[in-house]
Design a protein around this ligand. Sequence first.
Ligand SMILES: Nc1ncnc2c1ncn2[C@@H]1O[C@H](COP(=O)(O)OP(=O)(O)OP(=O)(O)O)[C@@H](O)[C@H]1O
Length: 316
Amino acid sequence: MLKQNMSICVSSLKKSYGNKKVLSQVNFSVPGKTVYALLGSNGAGKTTTIRILTGQIKADGGEVLIEGHDVLKSPEKVREVISLTGQFSAVDDALTGKENLVIMGRLRHLAEPEKRALELLNYFELSGAANQAVSTYSGGMKRKLDIAMSLVGNPKLIFLDEPTTGLDPQSRHSMWELIRELKRSGVTIFLTTQYLEEAEQLADIIAILDRGEIIAEGTAEELKAYLLDGAVKFIFEDAESLENAKQILKHYKTASVSEEHQLTVYTDGKADTLALIFHGLYENQVKIREFSQLAPDLEDVFLTMISEREGKFNEK
Ligand SMILES: Nc1ncnc2c1ncn2[C@@H]1O[C@H](COP(=O)(O)OP(=O)(O)OP(=O)(O)O)[C@@H](O)[C@H]1O
């Protein structure tokens, strides 16, 4: 896709805090009107990325274009087209929901801040609580108001930093519905999350950030294809068969559960490979009780990628 169709273009982004390298060489692009999820564990560098993309901090190197504007050269243009909702809400608890929105509308120089506040309260089904102090709102209502605040200026691109962290399952599901609805309204959404399920539920494209690098990017289906459909789970008759199988299949990536005489073998999914595996086991008279082909889930992909990298780091 052409650069001009991209809502976000990031190239060669680097950032360190003192001696600590947080982002080493980050590249990605986000097409307009899509949901892009940056997935990573605690401390992977997600918030740092968002803070650079929104112009709150400067990178040590690299380029960031937001809706075609360079974040360093035209920060005011960038601020006009984006909104940011943080892990910690910017809402003032002592004021009512409506007052918060009206103040934000004035800050954004809207002609009719009150009208926009009422529209948003209605959209987020908060009209009933419009004149109550935010301190009386539930966590889910506060999060909704926080997102409403970020929509006051009709942004093209919304940044959501861990939008459901700390929410109960019910509020999390309503937040997901809200994010889907925002997408349907035509905005681009960049979100960070620690939850695989959240990325899978919401994102058109998922990028996995680990130790300051994007180690994989694609649709949930593409990422799952990384493990291919070639994972086969065997359950053997006894411990001896399991040990024999491990020896025979030592050149494959495997995972075993000894107590259950179980071995999962990761293959390239090709029929020839599967035939070789079965042939090897058969020739050595390994007693197979049952076997099944596994459909990988994203959790597998994430854990496999991270553990492969841990292996590499340990080898260094
Ligand atoms: N201002 C700072 N000074 C020094 N180190 C920092 C600073 N901000 C973040 N870090 C460190 O940089 C690393 C990445 O932090 P960041 O907040 O970007 O991660 P994250 O992926 O957003 O994690 P979380 O899910 O916990 O928010 C962490 O090890 C963190 O301790």
